[in-house]
Each structure stands twice: as structure tokens, then as C-alpha cells.
Design a binder for this molecule. Structure first.
Ligand SMILES: *Cc1c(COP(=O)(O)O)cnc(C)c1O
Length: 346
């Protein structure tokens, strides 16, 4: 791996970050806070929240098995994705390499930051070829984007290929594990000590059923986390989100109950869809959604919308021609979907 100093943008390396009022007093005891121009009334909403979310990180450390110093928290994973560009990629000069098809935000954030985005197609089984991916990199490639289980394909990337990328690429490798709770594969966040160039993304938006609170996580070496903290907005995770996330973490039983129900539903829904004459192919998945290939995806998509059922049309995504992406819902929702699909006349 190149040194972090070689990888980080020079202006970020030199940056003196904003120092907030609470940073300066940190660690000492006080009861009269006249330092931040806050209104003394309306507690607890009157106070700025903890900029580094220390308490929530301690709780997440327990839940995730990742030490708090290896953790960045943001306004959804989307904030972490954008920060990776702003920390490492010089606009108009550096580039990133990503698998395709994959989650759309990696490319949108590249475009916003004026960073060249190179995509390397997965094979027809949606698998990664490390050699082909690495051969798309050059001396200006700062970041490789991987997603496993991958969105929209649903499958985990083959571990040996991912490990090869981690070993052989001298820059930053991001593995987005937004769906890892639905999979039986060992998550890469457990391997952080082995790979100083690894950033793993997690979110409370999927298995934790809390997309509305916007809490995303990045796990990486304390040095990388330090760079992300230097660039983020000082109070990027608001108090209500920090409290709500904490509440959710205390309901671990709920998580397991939801996971069991969703995975059980998936086990019934996928073969039921596969049996329908309209299904040309149902792809295996490690996530809470799956792809189905049909003869006329646009027509089926609009048919379902007419019936008040919204799925994701991936017909115009490379390698996903003819595919709809279906999220596993409640038993009732899945029944409605199946009933509608059974009445569809091809
Ligand atoms: C849904 C999803 C996310 C979640 O993003 P948030 O901003 O945390 O809601 C991240 N990555 C992938 C691949 C996703 O599908």
C-alpha cells in the first residue's frame, strides 16, 4: 500500500479543521456552558450534539465488534461515500475504479466531485475478476469501490477475488456491506486489522430498519477515520438520530426477529416467483432483495405500478437487461405481489 500521505489530497493533508466550542473544553468538568452561543432554554435540544458521537460509537462497537476508534458515523452511508472522494481524490486528476453494475451513489458522487469513474463489468454470474479490475487502475487511481452483497445483483462477491484486490491494489479499497446482516458470509469488517487500505461501509437503513434516521458507518484504520473526521461537517449526526440509533441498538431482539422473518419470506417468495411463466430467471441472492429477469421488464413494471405495487426497474442497467429488483416485504405485501404476478398476462 502507498502511504496515506501519498493517497490523501494535499489540501486535506494541510487542512486545519474547524474547532468547535466543545472540542476546546473537552475532558474537563463543567456545568455552566457559555461558550457556544446556545440558548440556555429548551434542553436538551438547545445544545450542539457530540461532534464525534462517542457514546453511540461505544454501543456500536459492541454490536459490530469494531473498536470505536475504527469508526466514522455520518448522515447515511452516502455521507461517507462523498467524504472518501473529498479526502482522497483530486478533482480533474485522480480516478476511481468500480464494479458494474453496482450502487449508483459511487458514480454520482464521482461526478459531483469531478473525479473520473471507471467501471469494470462483473461476469455473467455477477462475479468479480480481480485481474480485470486491477488492470483498469493506473497511478492516478485512488479508490476501488466494491459492494458485497452487491446492489442490484444481490450476491456476495467471491472472497478470494476481493482479497486479491485488497492485497494488490496500493490505494484505498471500499467494501460496502450495507446488506451483510442478511448474508451468512463473514463480513470484511472483521478483517480490518489485516488491511490498512480497507474501508467498510455499514448502515442502519436496511437490516436495522431505520432508513429515516440517516445513520451510516465507515470502519477503517484510525488514521483514515481521522481524515474523514477532519473533513466532515462538525455536527454531521444530529442528537435525535444519535438517541434513536441508541434506542434501536438496545432492541437487538427486534433485529433478529426481523431478519428471521425476512429471510424466511425470501425462501418462499423466490421459488414462487421462479415458478411463474413470466420469470425467465431468478438470480440467487444474499440480501433482502433479488433480481428476476422477464421478457418485457418495462411492461411488467408498469403493470405492477397500476396495481399500486412498486418494484425497481433495472432494465436499463448493464448486465441487468430485462430485470426487476424486488425487495422482500411483509408476508402480506409479498402475497399481494404474488397475486398480481399470477394475474399478469404476458
Ligand atoms: C441502501 C444502500 C446504502 C444505504 O445508504 P444510506 O445512505 O446509509 O441510507 C448503502 N449502500 C448500498 C449498496 C445500498 O444499497
Amino acid at each position: 500500500m502507498k502511504s496515506l500521505t501519498e493517497l490523501v489530497r494535499p489540501n486535506i493533508q494541510r487542512l486545519t479543521p474547524y474547532s468547535c466550542a466543545r472540542d476546546e473544553f473537552r475532558g474537563r468538568k463543567a456545568s455552566v456552558f457559555l461558550d457556544a452561543n446556545e440558548n440556555p432554554y429548551n434542553a436538551p435540544l438547545n445544545r450542539y450534539p457530540d461532534p464525534l458521537q462517542e457514546q453511540l460509537k461505544q454501543e456500536l462497537a459492541q454490536a459490530k465488534g469494531v473498536p470505536a476508534e475504527y469508526m466514522f458515523l455520518g448522515n447515511g452511508s452516502d455521507e461517507a461515500i462523498d467524504l472518501v472522494y473529498r479526502v482522497f481524490c483530486e478533482p480533474g486528476k485522480d480516478n476511481v475504479v468500480a464494479i458494474a453494475p453496482t450502487y449508483g451513489m459511487y458514480e454520482v458522487c464521482a461526478n459531483i466531485n469531478d473525479v473520473e469513474y471507471r467501471s469494470v463489468m462483473l461476469d455473467k454470474n455477477f462475479q468479480l475478476d480481480a485481474s480485470r479490475l486491477l488492470s483498469a487502475t493506473d497511478e492516478h487511481t485512488k479508490v476501488i469501490w466494491l459492494c458485497s452483497p452487491n446492489n442490484p445483483t444481490g450476491n456476495c462477491l467471491q472472497r478470494s477475488e476481493v482479497e486479491r484486490v485488497l492485497r494488490e491494489f496500493p490505494g484505498i479499497v471500499v467494501i460496502d456491506e450495507a446488506y451483510s446482516d442478511f448474508s451468512h458470509e463473514r463480513p470484511f469488517r472483521a478483517d480490518l486489522p489485516l488491511y490498512p487500505n480497507l474501508i467498510v461501509l455499514n448502515t442502519m437503513s436496511k437490516a436495522w430498519a431505520s432508513a429515516a434516521i440517516r445513520l451510516g458507518m465507515a470502519f477503517a484504520s484510525p488514521d483514515i477515520i481521522g481524515l474523514m473526521n477532519k473533513v466532515k461537517y462538525p455536527y454531521n449526526v444530529n442528537l435525535l438520530t444519535q438517541q434513536k440509533a441508541s434506542d434501536m441498538l438496545r432492541q437487538k431482539g427486534k433485529l433478529h426477529e426481523w431478519l428471521t422473518t425476512i429471510l424466511n419470506e425470501r425462501t418462499h417468495l423466490m421459488p414462487a416467483v421462479a415458478e411463474l411463466p413470466l420469470a425467465l430467471q431468478v438470480y440467487p441472492t444474499d440480501a433482502n432483495f433479488f433480481l428476476v429477469r422477464v421478457a418485457d421488464a418495462d411492461r411488467l413494471y408498469h403493470y405492477l405500478v397500476e396495481r399500486g405495487i412498486v418494484v425497481r426497474n433495472r432494465n436499463r442497467v448493464a448486465l441487468c437487461q430485462g430485470c426487476l429488483r424486488i425487495t422482500v416485504g411483509t408476508p402480506q405485501e409479498n402475497c399481494e405481489l404474488l397475486a398480481a404476478l399470477r394475474q399478469y398476462k404476458a
